[in-house]
Design a protein around this ligand. Sequence first.
Ligand code: HEC
Ligand code: HEC
Ligand code: HEC
Ligand code: HEC
Ligand code: HEC
Length: 336
Amino acid sequence: MKRARIAQLAALALAVVLVPFPARRVESQGAPQSVKPVQNGCHLCHAEYVREWRDSHHGLAWTDSLYQAAKDKLPKDQQAKCLPCHIPNPVQVSGPGKIPAVRTKAQDEGVACVSCHQIPVHGKPDDIGTIVGPYPVDQMAKSHPYKHDKSLVDSIALCASCHGIDRDHNQVESWKGSVYEKEKVLCQHCHMPEVKRAIHDKRGAIPREGRKHTWPGARDAGMLKKAATLDVAVEGGKVRVGITNSGAGHNFPGSGEREVVLIVTVTGADGKEAASYREVFDLRTRDNRIKPKERRALEFDAKAATGMVKVRLLYKLTPEWDEAKAAVAAEHEAKF
Ligand code: HEC
Ligand code: HEC
Ligand code: HEC
Ligand code: HEC
Ligand code: HEC
């Protein structure tokens, strides 16, 4: 059982005299590590989480240059609609699955620890409030008030608050009804790798099983390689290309900001380019993204009897980039 060891730790926890959590001033409970502070003091005891999150695109959701540029392009009176998911107030207040309110505090923290974990105390923004987490409360040291929420572990409800609302930023819609939903492969399973590590408190290092707070996505070479596979064949003067969304749990590409570009180049036996083709997959202009596990079949004229065909699948974070800046998601070569 994944969290079976927790029962042993519970006994240890009960043996310790528990001090009520001080609302406004928190002190490190062990293994002090130097990380830049975050609101409500999470860094004091969860330094490793803070370090991972800060480099993730949740930590960067407000300072991110692509986001800031896209927002600033809009007239001032329309920019307000861009704030709720990029500087969200705790999701636990609006309720999972509903769009959060805008946070006015510590905006540079983007999607902050508190956005996903806190039930705040009304009128007391500096109070740590109640922390919602995946472990059963009776198995916890009382470092801060907890509320156990099983849905963090066995549903996508939390993610759906921001990834299932806006048409441009919606991975939930295409995950629904896919083989991943049927087999209960959740967003967390692909985007928050499992990890065993210690959480520190005054008892010392307590081993726990949890998940990394790195959220690899469209900028991660390993995730892009996993997302798509290419197959290529040349028959009867035709180049047949198949693009399969083999590993993304939703449409590929995953959001309306991205473009996937297929480039097919045919070289004849004389070494000269015989033909070249380009197809774009995106939401905005064509709405032709590739569904989970779908194989999209395309056909092109080879324009040569013998030679070589080279196929590349590029991934652009924004349509404004030229192809030189794109990452290679897959490539394939075939002689004919
Ligand atoms: C309902 C929540 C929500 C709202 C509202 C929202 N966003 Fe986002 N945004 C997201 C999510 C989730 C992502 C990351 C996943 C994705 O791209 O689908 C994202 C990513 C982005 C990105 C890509 C950032 C990068 O570097 O990867 C840009 C650009 C962006 N948003 C711009 C905007 C703009 C401009 C607005 C206002 C018109 C806006 N967003 C409103 C949720 C939202
Ligand atoms: C004073 C130290 C301390 C501070 C400050 C602190 N935590 Fe914790 N937290 C702990 C300890 C210790 C545990 C694990 C206890 C255990 O395993 O028995 C824990 C557990 C958790 C859990 C798991 C809870 C569960 O029921 O599954 C979450 C989530 C969490 N903390 C988030 C936060 C966030 C977010 C902040 C900042 C708002 C924060 N913590 C601030 C010490 C702290
Ligand atoms: C409170 C809003 C919110 C919640 C809840 C949320 N996200 Fe996000 N997420 C965002 C925003 C906003 C971005 C994009 C930030 C940017 O790059 O501008 C993002 C980015 C991401 C990315 C990185 C995209 C990339 O290409 O770099 C992944 C992966 C991701 N989220 C997965 C998840 C998962 C899994 C969950 C549920 C455990 C979740 N998110 C919950 C708002 C949220
Ligand atoms: C089977 C594994 C898997 C599951 C399940 C999964 N993803 Fe992904 N996700 C990927 C891969 C692979 C990529 C990289 C390819 C891409 O960007 O489309 C990705 C990309 C992303 C991105 C960045 C996409 C972009 O274009 O900005 C976000 C955000 C994201 N996923 C959120 C989610 C959310 C939310 C869920 C749950 C509804 C989820 N993912 C479920 C594998 C998965
Ligand atoms: C986008 C939402 C999101 C954000 C932001 C976020 N967490 Fe979590 N956190 C989760 C989810 C989902 C889990 C449950 C993972 C699991 O299944 O174990 C979790 C679990 C935890 C746990 C319990 C141990 C574990 O790994 O499961 C701790 C401690 C924790 N988070 C601390 C933090 C801290 C500190 C921050 C800020 C640096 C933070 N979280 C930011 C979604 C988030």
